[in-house]
Design a protein around this ligand. Sequence first.
Ligand SMILES: *[C@@H]1O[C@H](CO)[C@@H](O)[C@H](O)[C@H]1NC(C)=O
Ligand SMILES: *[C@@H]1O[C@H](CO)[C@@H](O)[C@H](O)[C@H]1NC(C)=O
Length: 192
Amino acid sequence: MMLMTYISSLALAGAALAQTPTGFLPAVNNTLDVYYGTTYITPGLLVKKSSVSKQPTIGLTGQTLTGKYLLAMIDIDAPSGSSRSTVLHALLTDFTPSGATQNGTTVLTTKATGPASYFGPAPPAETPKHPHNYIFLLHKQPDNFAVPTSQKNVVSSRIGINWVSFVKDAGLSEPIAANYLQVQSGDNTRRW
Ligand SMILES: *[C@@H]1O[C@H](CO)[C@@H](O)[C@H](O)[C@H]1NC(C)=O
Ligand SMILES: *[C@@H]1O[C@H](CO)[C@@H](O)[C@H](O)[C@H]1NC(C)=O
């Protein structure tokens, strides 16, 4: 696959453990391994919109895996009047180990396409430019998991999801791993 990725690194000095952006709750220290093709996402990596249009490969390194997992991907920089809101880019259930590894990562896969299917970042143009942070959060999936009634509207509209509230209402435990990437506002790259 010929996906071009322009990579820039983020200075993480002083925040060596955080796998979530400063100020985001819940804060998470364990790394969720995220790959778009062969590109490994280090926390905060700035990537091209065209390279993240398809659902990534995810997994964990060095953890004992049992049961099922659910994944959320949330943009925390969506313009909303003079402030910023959130957009749910994916909420996918039923991840289990596929049996494959990539670069030492135990790959997790799912056949689920919901409750909210993956849609790739497409941050609108802004002046001045404002890179959006897209956060991945992996949780253990409780038995009989369902989107709680209180969260159904926000999941179907995808606008304004508050992950702390979702976790509480859905009875989830703290995330077991996280990661995040950035895409520049107004990135108009197309898929090759
Ligand atoms: C993450 O690591 C920092 C520094 O060791 C620690 O203060 C913090 O409590 C940890 N957070 C979580 C959620 O484990
Ligand atoms: C493999 O994973 C390590 C982190 O565990 C990462 O630093 C490295 O970039 C990855 N390499 C590839 C080729 O995916």
